[in-house]
Design a protein around this ligand. Structure first.
Ligand code: GLV
Ligand code: MN
Ligand code: MN
Length: 406
């Protein structure tokens, strides 16, 4: 059994870092001082758990326990979205550390090395490009992607170097020794709550495609320009945004979201001349994502032509949907059953580092019930009881698959 008090206390302690006391939300973005504080704390926990800690060239924090050749990796992330909750990512890292600390305290000899990774920048908040650490570890990160910039025009490479890291050569970051990757995460949806279950086993992870649309019109005087001769970038963008919403109404489980919008010059009495907005498209099937992308681009072009503005669409990030490994899913289900709980499977609508690691190793995810399904919000919540059950399921699964010596 894991140490519930220690785990819950660490969760609270980590959640104080980057906390906005007005909203209750957490802001920890990659390569910032808040992230560094969180990293320092996580490294401290890893050491207390008996792990050796290494930081790779992109800033993945990797704690290792044992010296066997083959690795079972556990992990998640400690960065957040703007005004994020305290469980998204952090819970997966802290439960993984707790599992190792329990193994260590019980002096359980294992056939496989157990590693815990806090992946660099899963959320993509700072650079509009996320899952950076897991892309690197799976060999999916490309050199040109490190030239993506934040709002202050700092590239990922520059930010990493300012953090004392040397990302190149990227091949060095790739791992080939991972035999299984397990990620515990909050569900961020309402399925487990509806089923009245504390935990569930993930069968597959839907992948995000992020696009950025720039609409260019003409900035003119709001009083002196008659309505019918305007080239208003904001009204055109508004129609595009509604078209995205409209077209996803009939697309089953696919979802489309505009989450970020910038208006220029942003003056009360100026017709907007330039608008930039993002589109987040998700589905469990890669082909469907490509079809949706084409449909959305076509709509944007049609609206731009009709409204006498121009629109350019660039890709910010694309990930591949992933399937969870069957045997690992079964092991999670068996460990859940041992707790007297009905094993239940579900799909992840949210993206996770596991999605990338699936390119390098078999992966599986354990979801913990989220209250009201709320996430990416300070109100995000999972109960202590559910967290402890999930941590014990993870512990049992690690014991089973790491070939506990008798
Ligand atoms: C991460 O939380 C994502 O799914 O965007
Ligand atoms: Mn998230
Ligand atoms: Mn997450």
């Amino acid at each position: 059994m894991i140490n519930a008090n220690r785990l819950l206390q660490r969760l609270d302690e980590l959640s104080q870092i980057g906390r906005n006391h007005e909203t209750g939300g957490i802001n920890r973005f990659s390569f910032t001082k808040e992230e560094q504080q969180a990293i320092d704390l996580v490294i401290e926990y890893m050491k207390e758990a008996g792990m050796q800690v290494n930081v790779d060239g992109i800033g993945n924090i990797i704690g290792s326990y044992g010296d066997a050749e083959e690795t079972i990796m556990l992990g998640s992330h400690i960065d957040t979205v703007p005004d994020g909750g305290k469980f998204d990512g952090a819970l997966g890292v802290l439960t993984a550390i707790e599992v190792v600390q329990t193994l260590h305290e019980n002096q359980i000899p294992l056939h496989k090395k157990v590693e815990v990774t806090a992946f660099k920048d899963e959320e993509g908040t700072r650079f509009g490009f996320g899952l950076i650490g897991s892309r690197a570890m799976a060999g999916l990160l490309k050199a040109e992607q490190l030239q993506k910039t934040d709002d202050a025009n700092i590239t990922i490479e520059e930010a990493a170097r300012q953090f004392g890291l040397s990302p190149f050569p990227l091949e060095k970051l790739k791992r080939k020794d991972i035999k299984a990757y397990l990620e515990l995460h909050i569900e961020q949806g309402k399925v487990l709550e509806k089923e009245d279950l504390p935990v569930g086993v993930v069968t597959g992870i839907a992948a995000p495609l992020w696009l950025e649309v720039t609409v260019n019109g003409i900035s003119e005087h709001a009083g002196a320009t008659p309505m019918h001769i305007r080239h208003d970038a904001l009204t055109a963008a508004s129609e595009m945004i509604l078209a995205v919403e409209q077209s996803f109404q009939t697309k089953g489980d696919s979802v489309g979201t505009v989450g970020k919008l910038q208006v220029e010059p942003n003056g009360v009495n100026v017709i907007p001349g330039k608008v930039t907005f993002t589109i987040d498209i998700r589905d469990i099937d890669e082909k469907t994502i490509r079809e949706l992308e084409q449909e959305v681009k076509q709509q944007i072009n049609d609206i731009a032509a009709r409204r006498h503005v121009t629109a350019a669409v660039v890709e910010l990030q694309r990930a591949k949907p992933a399937k969870a490994d069957g045997a690992l899913q079964q092991q999670f289900a068996a460990s859940i059953e041992k707790q007297g709980i009905r094993p239940y499977t579900l799909v992840s609508g949210a993206g996770h580092d596991a999605m990338n690691i699936a390119a390098a190793a078999p992966v599986a995810m354990l979801f913990v019930r989220s209250r009201d399904g709320i996430s990416h919000n300070p109100l995000e919540y999972s109960s202590d009881e559910d967290i402890v059950i999930a941590a014990n399921v993870l512990y049992d699964t690690v014991l089973e698959i790491s070939g506990k010596k008798d």
